[in-house]
Design a binder for this molecule. Structure first.
Ligand code: GDP
Length: 547
């Protein structure tokens, strides 16, 4: 049935044979889908650009610079809107490297990151963590790593900016291990730093790559000298080589040897040192992703695990982005393919609505200027334009009733009470918030007492986006006031009585979210802790899965 469909819609022989299991398995095996995570300013944009440059996907450094200005001045909605065009196109980038298809997913790094950032990580198979070696582990990295841990996502670490004065490399590894609670296995080791940065020693290959400053250099241009005892190295850098040998001995003694299985289990991270702006160490990163990072794996769905090489298409939506033109209310749903072969024009079932849809208008994300691909396999991301009928967590398949699990909502950390200036617009407000809530732009809570609605977000930018969209798309002029709430927890229990007692006793702080789940809105962290202690029969959850 699947094959027939593909053949009739495309009319090509290739399309029909593309659904052969062996062909699908081959395509899956050469795919790597990863996200880059970092604290702002660690060098994520620079590294992304160099990855694309190095793989030949873009010709000139600077192409990704649009993303720079995409770091929205938070006060200017038009700016945000304008930048969205860029971010739709560049938040997923696909390119080829050494016969592999790489899908790189951007996680917005600015302080005002939103829930999107987190959910993007449910769509990747591995992550690249960029750390500013002068600063070490920073706040946002900690949060993002917690999210990676939920699915034991394998993580490759890049210690950036070695061309500057940095912290002691051993100390950096120590910090990653103790703060992020993940074993470090250094793969390259820096020789000096700052003005005296000489290069890196590859601990597994026993070779030294010499550093040369310069932005536009291709990675291949760096000279490589084999063997730590090579007399040439001793001649060039006698002092540094002495020091390197001492450090390498220390590293061998004090750190973990690279263990592929522990990496795949998310327990250990291979660590590379380099300088993104100098394109130094970028090839090693790409190679590690191709050689070590996993291709797409099986995914849990409600009825069974779905294997990537299954012949029938399936996938789920992990992100929705409003399109450029607010007048049309178009949205792009980002769908991660989980199995089978997607082909433009194919008919699939939208499971939540029980409706068949024809996927003829699809956005793909090739980073190069080559022709757009018309097919996609597990690990690839496709963009589905829609008018608001697709939601985060929606599953699509070639007919089978399966729903992918594990697409999380995160307990918001910021809260606002919504008020409107014109009470006649109450209906529109409710409709708007309902839709924006479903889309995942913000979380909407309806307290058990009173008629106020409370919005929850993990990034302050979310509120601004919601205010602007309420105005532009629903004609509602809403004001958001600070709420005296510090955190929210979803509450569940097998004991129905305990739940209803709880709801009654703490009514002023109990609310229902847009999907009808009970939540506790705590006024402070002490209040949350005490409440948890006082209601031992209840479970308090910091995340909940998409219904
Ligand atoms: P992002 O916020 O993580 O995307 O970081 P960017 O890529 O925008 O980089 C932040 C700043 O660090 C920019 O000024 C970059 O030019 C600079 N930067 C990035 N990589 C390096 C590097 O390897 N060495 C030095 N010295 N600066 C770098």
């Amino acid at each position: 049935m699947a094959t027939e469909n593909a053949a009739t819609t495309s009319g090509t022989q290739d399309a029909a044979s593309g659904n052969q299991p062996a062909q699908i398995a081959r395509e899956v095996a050469r795919r790597r889908t990863f996200g880059i995570i970092s604290h702002p300013d660690a060098g994520k944009t620079t590294l992304t650009e160099k990855l694309l440059l190095f793989s030949g996907a873009i010709q000139l450094a600077g192409t990704v610079k649009g993303r720079k200005s995409g770091r929205h001045a938070t006060s200017d909605w038009m700016d945000i809107e304008k930048q969205r065009g860029i971010s739709v196109a560049s938040s997923v980038m696909q390119f080829e490297f050494r016969d592999h298809v790489i899908n790189l997913l951007d996680t917005p790094g600015h302080q005002d990151f939103s829930e999107d950032t987190y959910r993007v990580l449910t769509a990747v198979d591995s992550a690249l963590m960029v750390i500013d070696a002068a600063k070490g582990v920073e706040e946002q990295t900690i949060k993002l790593l917690d999210v990676c841990r939920m699915r034991n996502t394998p993580i490759v670490t890049f210690m950036n900016k070695l061309d500057r004065e940095t912290r002691d490399p051993l100390e950096l590894l120590d910090e990653v291990e103790s703060v992020l609670k993940i074993e470090c296995a250094p793969v390259t080791w820096p020789i000096g730093m700052g003005k005296l940065f000489r290069g890196v020693y590859h601990l597994l290959n026993d070779e030294v790559m010499l550093f040369k400053a310069g932005e536009e250099k291709a990675d291949g241009a760096f000279e490589i000298i084999k063997g730590i005892d090579n007399p040439r190295l001793m001649e060039m850098f006698p002092l540094e080589m002495e020091q390197l040998k001492i450090e390498v001995e220390l590293v061998h003694g004090a750190s973990h040897p690279f263990d592929l299985q522990r990496f795949l289990d998310g327990k250990q991270t291979p660590v590379f040192f380099g300088s993104a702006i100098n394109n130094f160490g970028v090839r090693e990163i790409l190679s590690s992703l191709v050689e070590w990072a996993p291709p797409p794996r099986g995914r849990d769905a409600t009825v069974r695990e779905v294997e990537p090489a299954e012949p029938r298409f399936s996938g789920f939506v992990f992100k929705i982005q409003a399109n450029m033109d607010p007048a049309h209310r178009d949205r792009i749903a980002f769908l991660r393919v989980c199995s089978g072969r997607f082909e433009k024009g194919m008919k699939v079932k939208h499971l939540r609505l029980g409706r068949e849809v024809k996927l003829s208008q699809v956005v793909t994300f090739m980073a190069s200027s080559r022709e757009q691909v018309e097919e996609a396999y597990s690990g690839d991301i496709i963009g589905l334009p829609n008018h608001g009928n697709m939601q985060i967590g929606d599953s699509f398949s070639e007919g089978e009733m399966l729903s992918f699990t594990g697409i999380p909502y995160f307990a918001p950390e910021l809260f606002r009470v919504v008020r409107i200036r014109n009470p006649l617009k109450t209906k529109q407000l409710q409709k708007g918030l309902q839709q924006l809530g479903e889309e995942g732009a913000v979380q909407v809570f309806k307290p058990v007492l009173g008629s106020d609605l409370i919005l929850g977000a993990v990034g302050v930018l979310q509120f601004e986006v919601v205010a602007s969209r309420l105005m532009n798309e629903y004609g509602v002029d809403a004001m958001f006031e600070t709420a005296s709430i510090s955190s929210a927890r979803w509450v569940s229990s097998d004991d129905k009585k305990a739940l209803s007692d709880f709801e009654q006793a703490l009514a002023p702080n109990v609310a229902y979210d847009a999907a009808g789940n009970l939540a506790y809105l705590a006024t402070s962290s002490v209040n949350l802790r005490l409440t948890e202690e006082r209601w031992p029969k209840l479970k308090f959850h910091a995340t909940r899965e998409h219904a």
